[in-house]
Write a protein that binds this ligand. Sequence first.
Ligand SMILES: NC(=O)c1ccc[n+]([C@@H]2O[C@H](COP(=O)([O-])OP(=O)(O)OC[C@H]3O[C@@H](n4cnc5c(N)ncnc54)[C@H](OP(=O)(O)O)[C@@H]3O)[C@@H](O)[C@H]2O)c1
Length: 337
Amino acid sequence: MGMTTQATALMRAAVVTRYGSPDVLAVREVPRPVPGPGQLLIAVKATTVSSGDARIRSRRVPPGMGFLMRLALGWNAPRQGILGSECAGVVAEIGPGVTRFRVGDAVVAFPGTSLRAHASFVCLREDGPVVHKPASLSFEQAAALLFSGTTAYHYIHHAARVAPNERVLVVGAAGAVGCAAIQLARLAGAEVTGVCSAESAELVRSLGAHAVIDYRREDFTQSAARYDVVIDCVGSTNYAACARILRPQGRLVRVVCGLWGQLAAPLQGRLSGHRVIAGVAAERVDDIRHLVAQAEAGRYRAVIDSTFPLSRIAEAHARVDSGHKHGSVVITLDDPS
Ligand SMILES: NC(=O)c1ccc[n+]([C@@H]2O[C@H](COP(=O)([O-])OP(=O)(O)OC[C@H]3O[C@@H](n4cnc5c(N)ncnc54)[C@H](OP(=O)(O)O)[C@@H]3O)[C@@H](O)[C@H]2O)c1
């Protein structure tokens, strides 16, 4: 009688139905978000399956963190079943009051811990972690800039405060965070050594590393060299093992660290004048702007390991689970399936 019921618009999304192996992922039709005041609706063109997404899906976390993770994220399944912390796409709709973006603008965004980027559309505040995508970057390249980039930037600039001419050792140099750390440490003026497999030595050198150590042939903790900063992106070491290779005022950054390591970090190394840094990297909009500007200027790039359509996201998760990806695993949303 003159009233119409507006059908809810749908979109495709990869949903984690319970914790487990990659086959817990289902690509489904789910309600499309509606942009509220000050929000953008972004049509996602590319996103990534990060090591963080794979950790949430599998509930595979550093020792001691399992209980806390279930409390924070959900007991039997993640409360937010649509993962994905970074993406690039096009503004499809704007909510009331939006002034900085227009429909059709290409953007790069970092939903971060609020996730939801493994979908055709995601909503974000215009004053939040979203910036215009440089025309020189493809959607795939732009989508892979920020998970690894913000993590590395947090530890190198805000936590360890790497200074020009310092010597930095990056362990896990070929992973997504390692590739970012090598480049950002170089941009900070450091002399950088990467610890990686022989297969990825060329990649790591191409990102700016002055030297590489093959972890399968040499134990870097027994090296004669000394470093101002050691950044462990693998979780393969600890302060006791690294103390001898740290210079006075040296910092050990434990990007991957169990609960006891995190609790002990503030006390460790004090007597030797060292500092141990652990904990979760903070998400800052200014860091995002800085990283995208560096990428636009050609000084920083995302390394892409492999690319899968959304319909094959389980294979993408399996690649991340291998622990041997080099850079980021990208998901594209162009396929109609
Ligand atoms: N604290 C935080 O806030 C935070 C934020 C983001 C990420 N993270 C954590 O940081 C870690 C790294 O993330 P990511 O995305 O860079 O992971 P990733 O891309 O999966 O890194 C794996 C890399 O590690 C290398 N590798 C494996 N074993 C190694 C060893 N013993 N020595 C040196 N390199 C080794 C592999 O290289 P080869 O194949 O060549 O061996 C591979 O390239 C993850 O555990 C993630 O959960 C923490």
